[in-house]
Design a protein around this ligand. Sequence first.
Ligand SMILES: Cc1cc2nc3c(=O)[nH]c(=O)nc-3n(C[C@H](O)[C@H](O)[C@H](O)COP(=O)(O)OP(=O)(O)OC[C@H]3O[C@@H](n4cnc5c(N)ncnc54)[C@H](O)[C@@H]3O)c2cc1C
Length: 499
Amino acid sequence: MTTDVLIIGGGPNGLLLACELALAGVRPVVLERLSERAGMPKANGLVGRIVQALDHRGLHERLSGGDRPPMRMPGFQFGALPLALSALEDNPMYVLPIPQRRLEELLEQRASELGVRIRRGHALTALSQTAELVTAEVKGPEGRYELTARFLVGADGGRSTVRKHCGIAFPGITDRGFVGRSGQVVIDPPVAVPGTGELEVPGVGRLRPATFTRTENGMFAFGMFQPGLYRVSAHEWAPTALEDSISMPLEELRDAVRRVLGAEVPMRAPDGEPAALRRSTGTNSRQAERYRDGRVFLVGDAAHVHAGIGGPGLNLGMQDVLNLGWKLAAAINGWAPEGLLDTYESERHPVGARVIMHTRAQLALTSPGANITALRELLGELLTDAGNVRHIAELMAGADVRYGGDSTHPMTGRWMPDLPLNTVTGPKRVAELMRGARPVLLTRTDPVAKGRTDRIDVIVTADAPAETVLIRPDGYVAWAGQNGDGLEHALRTWFGCPA
Ligand SMILES: Cc1cc2nc3c(=O)[nH]c(=O)nc-3n(C[C@H](O)[C@H](O)[C@H](O)COP(=O)(O)OP(=O)(O)OC[C@H]3O[C@@H](n4cnc5c(N)ncnc54)[C@H](O)[C@@H]3O)c2cc1C
């Protein structure tokens, strides 16, 4: 039997894509090479626009474990320089702290509720395609088999087998000029300041969690995720002959922290929790030349890898998924207008390029030397200006994204703000109208999209910020303005609606 969509990889991006497709009535199959979820800690949270985008699907409540709307960060860092965000009007820097393992568990739970099958222990080994079908060769617990699908999506991480089998180049740089060490450790008082998450390091001073400390030897960072339990990392600007490792001794981390800070931070292995000690010798900063090869698409780390500074990975990858999901579902459901699938790459490739740009810039800003120190001093002066802080914050949050569109209205192509609206069924936030991953048409006048409600949710509200606002399922405005020919054209272009 031919599957509609085969998703390779059950990481956060593969699982979110499965949810998106299932909401649109498509039943994908997910292949995940690992028979059990990996234990090694990765992301500690989500940063930027993706937090609001997950609120659109009702996932913010599930992931945050509460019913509070998305929260903003009062401050953040760019290249280990402070960004004062609380003074910004409409601060775009949202945050959702959650360990990646928990994020994946909850996304998998949601996908299962929506009827998605995840085959654990099944690895893609090769693929080929014709104009109509993709054939995947798979190695499962009971041996090798073939699967055919109308479309295949590579959500299989930075070393993507899908990307390699499609012959898609992955240009960029591998920077082996430093070594990073991290681990999960217990730090006791008095260095751990009770109740604050801060560290008081003799000879260095008080350090705040979730900030980077740059020194001439490297960079130190930490965060506290349970009382007394810290994730600590030390990056040193010195190439090493050592290899990457996920079983490094604790002394190695302790010594690296001492070299970076020039001071001792007493730490010990936790009881009953993994120490998750890891050494990585450099970083890749690369982007797939193309995000599409015929019936095959790449999302997330399979499409781009970059330094983790500022935590942009999931904001970028999960928004790739939200961009592709509804377009792929439209193709399967038979109403994708010509060229719609091509807009995935034309819209998302430039966004990935900007993340690579700002993470490289941040890495440069944290490197050692008097010239960099001077550059930091200058940039620090520029960051006392609210306009510059906004520019950087929007870049890091992905809030400066503007997709194309035919209308000159300033909202077209931009993220739809989460406005409160009075509707015939009562007061609603925009996010609450987006739960079903369907296009939404807000209109101040009579429904202008009569006969299209099978494909589009039409909401009549006097609070619409323009006479008509057509919102794509990924939360961006496809078109805004006065009803008329422009709207007709936008409905046809994006949603294949008959004239
Ligand atoms: C230490 C660390 C800290 C990080 N911190 C943050 C952070 O705080 N915030 C943030 O936003 N990002 C962070 N990131 C980045 C984030 O973890 C990645 O961007 C994210 O994991 C990418 O998700 P993905 O689904 O694209 O790929 P992955 O998470 O790599 O998942 C790919 C999946 O595909 C499976 N797979 C691979 N090959 C095959 C195959 N041939 N067949 C079947 N299955 C296959 C793999 O087993 C894996 O489960 C961090 C990364 C690291 C390493």
